[in-house]
Design a protein. Structure first.
Length: 310
């Protein structure tokens, strides 16, 4: 049974309706499982003691075909489905709904959630170019590429978008007051346990101007999690020289390193675009859009970066 539509043209209201129906359905399943589990446990005890009432023998026989151990496995499978849906809601930008359901699932199934959040981090030391695991959100284990190593610290960059949201929700702003910064250093950072957070190093983020348009980026900040700038993308994914020698009237970098940057979706950069209403980004095919997208555009990927102690 398909619970979530794959239609890419659904708007935010449609998604909320789908997810609401999904969780109402899963809650009903949970309640039925809980009642069935109690019946099975009671009848299992009766049968083992040889006290199965004759008039209920057929019903009990049907129930006992489900071993209690199997029922637990069915329950865990349902929990994983819920967790994957919550992760999808965060990715699509439905933070308020996702947070509410996340709180609900942790109260409903604390032991199973704890088991599925066991640490699976890749132990250091790391080398530049390594793909490592660090942190997780339910079944979603975060994969990172090691971009740089300095002073026994590694610069990690997410292999995939961890969320999709607007950069800011006003007509214009900078990284300092952006939704992206607030999300990464708030909700996203809370996905890591205390031991993991102790390894994440707060870093001064130089908010440099747009190299082609001269757009002011605002004051420097100190953050645990951040986005890559235009200059960092060029430095770590390939420099064809176009950034320093802009072709006349060019708005983007389209070069032989596109494939290094592409993850088949658009993702935000730290740097402002042609003005403070636009933000630089990397396009589906890996082009670096120096001109940028309007910052209030929803559904653009967030790929975090962070320095961690090894």
């Amino acid at each position: 049974m398909q619970l979530v539509s794959s239609n890419k043209n659904l708007d935010k209201t449609d998604y909320k309706s789908l997810y609401h129906n999904l969780f109402r359905h899963l809650t009903s399943i949970h309640n039925m499982i809980e009642h069935a589990q109690k019946d099975i446990e009671e009848q299992y005890l009766i049968q083992t003691e040889g006290k199965v009432p004759p008039k209920t023998g057929i019903v009990i026989g049907d129930l006992l075909r489900i071993n209690p151990d199997n029922l637990i496995r069915y329950k865990k499978c349902g929990i994983k489905t819920v967790q994957e849906t919550i992760a999808k809601m965060y990715e699509e930008g439905f933070t308020e709904w996702a947070t509410s359901y996340e709180t609900w699932i942790k109260k409903m199934w604390p032991d199973e959630v704890r088991e599925l959040m066991e640490i699976t981090d890749t132990d250091p030391p790391y080398n530049i170019g390594d793909i490592i695991q660090f942190g997780r959100r339910f079944r979603n284990i975060y994969s990172w590429r090691v971009l740089d190593i300095k002073d026994n610290k590694a610069l990690l960059f997410s292999e995939n978008a961890v969320a999709r949201l607007e950069y800011f929700n006003k007509s214009s702003t900078t990284w300092t007051n952006s939704n992206a910064r607030r999300y990464l250093n708030g909700k996203f950072l809370s996905h890591f346990n205390l031991k993991q957070q102790a390894r994440i190093v707060k870093t001064t983020i130089p908010n440099t101007i747009n190299p082609w348009y001269g757009t002011i980026a605002g004051a420097n900040t100190t953050d645990a999690v951040f986005l890559l700038s235009i200059e960092q993308v060029v430095k770590y994914f390939g420099d064809s020289g176009i950034l320093l020698k802009r072709p006349p009237n060019e708005k983007l970098i389209d070069d032989q390193y596109n494939s290094n940057r592409s993850i088949n979706e658009v993702w935000w950069l730290l740097t402002p675009g042609k003005d403070n209403e636009h933000v630089a980004c990397v396009y589906y095919n890996g082009e670096v859009h120096i001109h940028g997208y309007i910052g209030t555009r929803h559904g653009i990927g967030i790929r975090p970066a962070m320095w961690v102690r090894m």
